[in-house]
Design a protein around this ligand. Structure first.
Ligand code: FES
Length: 140
C-alpha cells in the first residue's frame, strides 16, 4: 500500500491533536467494522467562526492523517463552510488515499458534522443536515 508524503507527514506529525475544555461542539464517531473512533472538538465564536479545533483519534494511520487534515481545513472557517467539507476534499488535500482507506476519511467528515450538530443542539438551532457522509465511495 502506497501512501503520499502528505499522508505520512500528517500521520507522523498530526496537527491539532488534543481536547478543548468546554468546547462548543464535540462529536464522536466510529466505524463499527474496523473499530476506529474519532473525537472532534470545536471552539466557535459568536460569528459562527471555528476559532479552534482539536481531535483525538483512536485508529489507523489514515484516520489520524485525515482527522489532522480535516482540522486544518476547517480552522478559521465558518460552521457553514465546515459543513461543506467532504471526505473527498480531505483525501484530495492529502494527495490521495488507497481505496481501502477511503472509509477513514469518511470518519473525518462525519466527526466534523457530529461536532457541529452538537453545537447546533447546544445553541438551540435545528440540525438541518445529514450526519452521514454524502460521499458514495464510502466502503464499509
Ligand atoms: Fe478504520 Fe482507518 S481502518 S478508520
Amino acid at each position: 500500500m502506497q501512501y503520499s508524503d502528505k499522508v505520512m507527514d500528517h500521520f507522523a506529525n498530526p496537527r491539532n491533536v488534543g481536547e478543548i475544555e468546554d468546547a462548543q461542539g464535540v462529536g464522536v464517531v466510529g466505524n463499527a467494522k474496523c473499530g476506529d473512533i474519532m473525537k472532534m472538538y470545536l471552539e466557535i465564536d459568536e460569528n459562527d467562526v471555528i476559532t479552534d479545533c482539536k481531535f483525538k483519534t483512536f485508529g489507523c494511520g489514515a484516520a489520524i492523517a485525515t482527522s489532522s487534515m480535516a482540522t486544518e481545513l476547517i480552522k478559521g472557517r465558518t460552521v457553514k463552510e465546515a459543513l461543506a467539507l467532504t471526505n473527498s476534499a480531505v483525501v484530495e488535500a492529502l494527495d490521495g488515499l488507497p481505496p481501502v482507506k477511503i472509509h477513514c476519511s469518511v470518519l473525518a467528515e462525519e466527526a466534523v458534522k457530529a461536532a457541529i450538530a452538537d453545537y447546533y443542539k447546544k445553541i438551540g438551532r435545528e440540525v438541518d443536515f445529514s450526519l452521514e457522509s454524502a460521499d458514495e465511495r464510502y466502503e464499509h
